[in-house]
Write a protein that binds this ligand. Structure first.
Ligand SMILES: [Fe+2]
Length: 550
């Protein structure tokens, strides 16, 4: 049985129905899990509402755990069980979450995770973590998106995924930001829980030691798993409460020192249709026990507008409160899809993000936006405002307003005052098997060129009867905002060192270093050279963001 599926559409965003039968997959899973019972696995940490005084410990177990719990010092904290049943293969997944509060800021704690039916009860899983510092203290965080798993049986998974997790550990950050497209379970629809399991067990070697804070990407959107398809994602993660009824976990914010982190779900605003999709000609047929009907060819799960403006209103409230707060210097946003990407082989930029959120980033001086989606590394100049009518329709060359981000400088000085403009980083460089480190050029004028989605690319019939595809971006623009791109490899990790500065009115800075993994591309598009997963991450570039401390 081949679990490889044909990918349709740019950037690996398409999907043909699985060739594996769900029943067969479920049988294999039960075998693999026999005897596992309540043994904790996929153990990972997130920040709760108060990173200086607590964390959330989350995990899964092969079947129902009895008295699942975390022990920290003399305290025993019972875990909340949050099981769900996958809507395609009908497998029940058992997840557990324990909120650990009342800790000291900037302190290191050891903990164990166990249950009465833990196969390792005599020597349960243990690890250590650090709480966030209180007040204006230096700290480090890291980021990438588009991680996948090291199990190459799964579509888009690749061995670099394991080295990417090792890379996080090698930098010992306080926490890691995981910018969406976690494991591409939706591209392996018959075996989604198995893909998530490989993802969780790969991440555990870092995420059990420090929080990994995710945002949803297009590939977290799964058929028959909740109103936005996020059940697999939301059941595994306990995230800071956004206090928006009905939309918990989809977006949130948290504070570390003088930095406000805002995590967004761009699925709500992008034009691009890139979530779960049945290309055909076969329907995707959930296991009969799930009660879900076959999903017909040409069906996609398109989320644009799902919050009805609720997320954008929350974003404005959150940014306004952040800038009113004298103890906040920096605002950093995390989202999956891109406002400013010039990838040639990937997805490109999206007018939805530009129209909905860039004006708010301008108004409230968001310093940095971290994305994924395109499997490469790209940095923008600081941008503010938009150049009108700078785009052209791909089809006929007609002028189209792509709201092209306006660079406040095009001098690549290495030091940028982000109170003057927002820097965008594309960090889709985690570990998938599809590096997209090729970037567009306008052959007419030699300028950098970006593709831009300005409308929905809903599935359309192809020449093959019963088979559908989703078109790539409909417009292009000269990407004058693009400052630096990594053409060496599609793999890397960004490391951020926050220096809060010494006094009010003085300077505060964030030093950003992108490390990359040359040779990791399965095939380097520039040279044709074949590569392989590698543990060697070396510096690609360093730059500094500065602003005045309040
Ligand atoms: Fe994506």
């Amino acid at each position: 049985m081949s679990r490889r599926q044909v990918l349709a559409g740019a950037g690996g965003t398409g999907l043909l129905a699985a060739t594996a039968g769900p029943a067969k997959a479920a049988t294999r899973t039960r075998r693999a899990r026999a005897g596992g019972a309540g043994t904790p696995e996929q153990i990972h940490l997130t920040w709760g509402e108060s990173p200086a005084t607590g964390v959330v410990v989350s995990w899964a177990s092969p079947s129902q755990a009895s008295r699942p719990r975390v022990r920290i010092g003399q305290r025993v904290i019972p875990a909340e069980a949050r099981p769900y049943t996958d809507g395609i293969n009908g497998e029940t997944v058992w997840t557990y979450h324990a909120r650990v509060g009342g800790l000291r800021p900037g302190a290191t704690y050891g903990y164990t995770v166990t249950a009465d039916n833990d196969g390792n009860a005599a020597d349960p899983f243990s690890a250590t973590f650090r709480t966030a510092p209180h007040g204006r203290t230096p700290f480090r965080f890291t980021s990438f998106g588009d991680l996948a798993t090291p199990n190459t049986s799964w579509v888009l998974s690749y061995g670099q995924s394991a080295y990417a997790v090792e890379a996080v550990e090698s930098f010992q950050p306080l926490f890691h930001l995981l910018n969406g497209d976690l494991c591409y379970a939706d591209l392996n629809p018959a075996v989604q829980p198995e893909v998530w399991r490989d993802f969780g067990n790969n991440n555990q070697s870092s995420a059990a030691n420090r929080p990994w804070m995710p945002c949803p990407g297009n590939h977290e959107v799964e058929f028959a798993n909740g109103p936005q398809g996020f059940t697999s994602y939301l059941t595994r993660y306990t995230l800071p409460d956004n206090r928006v009824p009905g939309f918990g976990g989809r977006w949130y914010s948290f504070r570390i020192g003088s930095v406000l982190f805002v995590s967004l779900d761009a699925d709500d605003v992008v034009y691009q249709d890139a979530g779960a999709f049945v290309a055909g000609p076969e329907p995707l047929t959930p296991l009969p026990g799930t009660g879900h009907p076959p999903i017909e060819p040409g069906t996609s799960f398109y989320l644009r507008g799902y919050s009805g403006g609720t997320q954008t209103a929350w974003l404005e409230r959150t940014l306004a409160a952040g800038r009113r707060d004298e103890s906040v210097d920096w605002i950093i946003a995390q989202m999956h899809q891109c406002a400013a990407s010039s990838s040639a082989t990937g997805n490109g930029s999206d007018l939805g993000v530009r129209a909905e959120w860039l004006p708010l980033f301008d108004r409230y001086q968001v310093d940095l936006v971290l994305s994924g989606h395109d499997h490469d590394y790209e940095r923008s100049f600081p941008v503010r405002g938009a150049d009108p009518d700078a785009g052209h329709e791909v089809a006929d060359g007609a002028v189209v307003n792509t709201l092209r981000p306006h660079p406040v400088t095009t001098t690549d000085s290495g030091v940028f005052d982000t109170s003057q403009g927002t820097v965008h980083l594309i960090l889709g460089c985690g570990g998938t098997d599809a590096p997209l480190d090729e970037y567009g050029t306008d052959t007419a004028d030699g300028q950098r060129q970006a593709k831009v989605f300005t409308r929905a690319n809903r599935p359309a019939p192809t020449a093959t009867p019963g088979v559908y595809s989703r078109a790539p971006a409909d417009a292009v623009e000269d990407a004058i905002w693009s400052a630096r791109r990594d053409t060496t490899t599609g793999y890397g990790i960004a490391v951020f060192d926050v220096d809060p500065g010494a006094e009010a009115g003085g300077q505060t800075s964030i030093t950003v270093t992108q490390y990359h993994a040359p040779g990791a591309d399965p095939v380097n598009p520039a040279t044709g050279a074949k590569g392989a997963p590698t543990p060697d991450y070396t510096e690609f570039e360093t730059f500094r963001l500065v602003r005045r401390r309040r």
